[in-house]
Design a binder for this molecule. Structure first.
Ligand code: ADP
Ligand code: ZN
Ligand code: ZN
Length: 805
């Protein structure tokens, strides 16, 4: 019996199509098409992309349509990732097609052109005769041509031997990077003979042949021309004589190609590092899945523990995934991994072009690398022999994806690690409450690095009450203490970092007479002032407008923007400390590629006294000359409608403080705040995570929040207020009827941002400890309301939400 039927998930994200469709595999593809490949299938009148999830003998359906063609020669999703896709679908209630797509680099989702080419180092003569003719005149052949000529099965066989390779070229911009190479077509002795035979006046040609006798290998043409100072005509002449051959060769777009990485070797571990690493090594050794929480202050040597664990994994022939928050994926961070493991490291982050990302992904797919360091989506790296997964700064909320599939990288990591029987290491100086609680309950194994390397003391932290400053007549955004200390650093030629907590600190426009705040007409949220353009902008819908000259409410002229953007701080610094050289890092100054890195480099090279920035400077900075960190206002995040706001404030302040005094020079930290009595500010001041943990746990317990309860959030939106309310009411009632008494169902309530882009938003929040049937209930709701999408109703469900707005 031949396996003639393929089950396919098609690229149509709707409720009705969220299942496999059976297609007939045309005879010529029967041995070609495998699970995990992308295929083109007819769907209604169209041809669309799909993922083959299985191959079988029978279908319960009678009339099946045929697959048009395969899009891959080898599966892009292996068995494990296909299974993971099913798991993702179930856990996050997303469409299957989204689960598969999220695991692949964007280049594989886009429109593309396909071709097949000889793998590097493979000669035409290595191929079977029938194919040789195709590759004789061309180093690659177009996929369309291959289909027409009926040679795809042959190509596939050669591809599995590693002789050929399929290229996906996105039509617009995604091209594989090609360079012209020249290689000898004759053996060394033959070259030598020809060299002797060439007339003496062919001096340049002789030089080239001599070069290849000395260096018998392909050389990049441009480089050759420069090195031998010859013209391309010289090379051409030799190519025409069939001595040499010119070929296009793929080179990876390597974002780090112009950089050399100083190789580092493992450091002898300290006693506490040794104690921390041993259980991890045991888990690797015994192939026993375990989740470790590596809890250690910044500078306590966590990264060294990661590096040495990875080394063990590589030595066993296995692979490692390291997740780092996007904003911490600094060149410094990359250096530490590339420095230790060199070319075995691939890096995936959003700063790469889609071509670069695709090339890095291919290195993983082809097993050319052993380690991937990347942001959230790197958790789907297509390794097949994982030995460890590390999540640094595990408390970071950016590990949760806020669109379908709404997954948390930590959950995916644990799921994959279970499959491979390998450890997961979660590292943090300020673990999330969820993770620390699990460690307390021994679900995770707690490993601690209690002190900084060389027992450097943590920087001393001083909290400044800005209300007092105001009372004593200081209206500036700098307390007198911070001002004095900044001045002192400049005199001592030391560096300072000034941190502005941008989130929740948008500069809004307000009337000083009546307090009127300019809101977006489409969304119930204040507009943010951008001084560069002199405009106000809505961050949710993109609405823009100029600042009114008079208050629309009371006609007062005193309508101004408030809040301290980085620009404004820079201006003020210019006034009060004109001698200070300032580097500003925010979205405006780091927009262009490489800008982020250049600014940091300048700061490292001592080209500035003060580094001023937002969140993005909070992580990863490790410069010896930083002896002062100033937080301009600590409490801007505290007042967000988010039960994690205290936790986030504490984490951020602790993180920022950790930037000072990491080396010989002692560090000092100044935290300015309007609420010095708040425990998250106060305890960040004493860097007391344990106390913060127990206080915050009490708050969470009494308010029925995680980690005591799980949350699920349903958000309903509609252009008509009443429709949104009525649907949310129905959903809330339905849920109440299906859950236990212990479960809290809140709603219907207006969302904290009650309107976005003219759509009204209502929500229902479920807090529960144990509701085994809830996923089913939620799925029923989604199924039910999916049908109403046409009428403008949107229902979205976020399980374990991180943003409650
Ligand atoms: P963390 O990741 O916890 O912030 P790091 O691993 O970056 O800590 O270590 C802080 C500093 O201490 C780094 O400069 C690192 O090179 C150094 N370090 C780490 N482990 C050792 C060790 N065993 N011996 C000497 N120096 C070490
Ligand atoms: Zn007014
Ligand atoms: Zn808006």
């Amino acid at each position: 019996m031949r396996m003639k039927i393929a089950s396919v998930i098609v690229d149509v994200p709707t409720k009705q199509t969220d299942k496999t469709f059976d297609y007939l595999i045309p005879d010529q593809w029967i041995d070609t098409i495998q699970p995990g490949m992308r295929v083109v299938v007819p769907f209604g009148p169209r041809k669309i992309q799909g993922f083959v999830t299985g191959i079988k003998i029978h279908s319960e359906f009678q009339k099946l349509r045929e697959i048009v063609e395969p899009m891959d020669l080898e599966p892009v999703l292996n068995h494990e990732l296909l299974e993971l896709g099913n798991w993702l679908t179930e856990k996050t209630l997303c469409f299957k097609i989204f689960a598969f797509q999220v695991m692949l680099p964007a280049a594989l989702k886009a429109k593309y052109e396909k071709s097949v080419e000889l793998a590097n180092g493979v000669k035409t003569s290595d191929l079977p005769g029938q194919l040789q003719t195709f590759f004789k005149s061309n180093s690659k052949i177009n996929w369309e041509e291959a289909l027409k000529s009926g040679i795809v099965p042959l190509l596939q066989r050669e591809a599995s031997k590693g002789h050929l390779e399929v290229l996906y070229e996105v039509k617009e911009k995604m091209k594989k990077k090609q360079l012209k190479f020249v290689s000898p077509l004759l053996s060394i002795t033959e070259l030598q003979d020809e060299l002797d035979r060439l007339p003496a006046r062919a001096e340049k040609q002789k030089e080239v042949l001599n070069f290849f006798v000395q260096n018998y290998k392909p050389v990049e043409l441009r480089q050759l021309l420069v090195d031998l100072s010859i013209s391309s005509a010289t090379v051409k002449a030799l190519v025409e004589k069939n001595f040499l051959i010119e070929q296009d060769r793929e080179v990876y777009r390597d974002p780090y190609e112009n950089r050399t990485f100083e190789r580092t070797s493992p450091l002898p571990l300290t006693d506490s590092q040794q104690k921390a690493i041993q259980p991890i090594l045991n888990s690797i050794e015994q192939k026993q899945h375990e989740v470790f929480l590596l809890y250690g202050v910044t500078g306590s040597g966590k990264t060294e523990v990661y590096l040495q664990s990875i080394r063990e994994v590589i030595e066993k022939g296995q692979e490692a995934i390291v997740l780092v928050p996007e904003i911490a994926l600094t060149p410094q961070m990359v250096n530490r991994f590339k420095g230790r493991f060199g070319d075995l490291v691939a890096v995936l982050h959003s700063g790469l072009s889609s071509g670069e990302k695709y090339d890095e992904w291919r290195k993983i797919q082809r097993k050319e690398v052993k380690v991937v360091v990347g942001a959230r989506s790197a958790i789907f790296a297509p390794f097949e022999n994982l030995g460890i997964i590390i999540i640094d700064e595990e408390h970071e909320t950016s590990y949760k994806q806020e669109e379908m599939p709404r997954y948390h990288a930590r959950d995916v990591a644990i799921e994959r690690a279970k499959t491979y029987n390998c450890p997961v290491v979660l590292g943090s100086a300020t673990p999330s409450l969820e993770s620390f609680a699990r460690a307390q309950k021994k679900v995770y194994q707690l490993l601690s690095l209690p002190s900084r390397m060389n027992n450097q003391s943590l920087p001393s932290v001083e909290i400044i009450d800005m209300r007092e400053e105001l009372r004593s007549g200081n209206r500036s955004m700098f307390s007198s203490k911070l001002f004095d200390m900044l001045k002192e650093r400049i005199e001592r030629k030391e560096q300072s970092v000034l941190f502005l907590n941008k989130r929740g600190h948008s500069s809004f426009v307000m009337c000083r007479d009546c307090g009127y705040v300019v809101n977006c007409p489409n969304c119930d949220i204040s507009l943010t002032f951008h001084s560069k353009a002199g405009q106000m902008k809505c961050h949710y819908c993109g609405y823009e407008s100029f600042v009114p000259k008079h208050c629309p409410e009371c006609s007062s002229e005193y309508i101004r923007y408030f809040g301290t953007g980085t620009q404004k701080v820079e201006e003020e610094l210019g006034k009060i400390l004109p001698e200070a050289r300032v580097i500003r890092m925010d979205v405006d100054t780091t927009g262009r590629k490489g800008a982020h890195e250049r600014l940091l480099k300048d700061f490292q090279d001592g080209k500035a006294d003060i580094l001023l920035g937002t969140q993005m400077i909070a992580k990863g900075l490790d410069f010896p000359n930083i002896t002062l960190v100033g937080v301009l206002s600590a409490d801007t995040m505290l007042h967000l409608p988010d039960f994690r706001s205290s936790e986030k404030t504490f984490q951020l302040l602790t993180q920022v403080s950790g930037r000072a005094g990491r080396h010989e020079l002692p560090g000092e930290v100044i935290i300015q705040t309007y609420t010095p009595e708040h425990y998250s500010v106060e305890l960040a001041g004493t860097q007391d995570y344990d106390l913060f943990y127990s206080k915050e746990m009490m708050v969470r317990k009494s308010h029925h929040y995680p980690p005591f309860y799980y949350l699920s959030l349903i958000t309903v939106s509609h252009e008509q207020l009443m429709a949104a309310v009525a649907t949310t009411e129905k959903i809330t009632a339905y849920i109440r009827s299906r859950v236990s008494d212990e479960t809290v169902v809140l709603g219907p309530a207006a969302s904290p941002i009650p309107r976005i882009n003219n759509r009204y938003r209502y929500q229902c929040l479920i807090k529960y400890k144990r509701e085994p049937d809830l996923p089913m209930t939620l799925k029923t709701i989604l199924d039910q309301y999916q049908k109403d999408t046409a009428s403008g109703l949107q229902v979205s469900i976020d399980i374990n939400p991180f943003i409650l707005m």
